[in-house]
Design a binder for this molecule. Sequence first.
Ligand SMILES: [Fe+2]
Ligand SMILES: [Fe+2]
Length: 188
Amino acid sequence: MNYDEIIKNTLDEHRYMHTKGVVDTAIQLADKYGADRDKALIAAYLHDFAKPLGYEESLKLIEKFGIILDEETLENPELLHAPLGMAIAKYEFGINDEEILDAIRYHTTGKENMPLLTKIIYLADLIEPSRNFDGLEKIREAAYKDLNQALIISMNNTIVYLIKKNHVIHSDTYKARNFIIRNLHRGN
Ligand SMILES: [Fe+2]
Ligand SMILES: [Fe+2]
């Protein structure tokens, strides 16, 4: 399947450039940390496939696909495209690989005990070349040295940002962060 062609025809220029950046970055990280680069490529191409859909349409599709979501995800329109993207990858693109589906599903929040590919897509989404936000350079630098450190820095950054904005913090994000920190303390 020519994912590049599909994404180019589906996403606007800005989102297409972002997606291309995530693909390139995810492949670099997959090579560095020993993940499957073909899976990284597919997950990266499809991670924001559902992003152009509006809130109401997303909710309808979520119901159609029978996805059960927690309150924290349902109340945040920014998060819906991740579980919906997973369902589209599965039911419309016929992808059954659990690692790819998990990486798409949790690319916005992270989750407790993230598999390697999920960590890679989560970070690639944040550090791809067209991104620009406070604290990005530190995360980018860490991503090529120590994946878990990069995740902690980025999740700390996200949590602080959400607190400053007085927004809800999705519990998957602090569970993801706590899990990595506990393992580092145990020396894993
Ligand atoms: Fe996304
Ligand atoms: Fe993205």
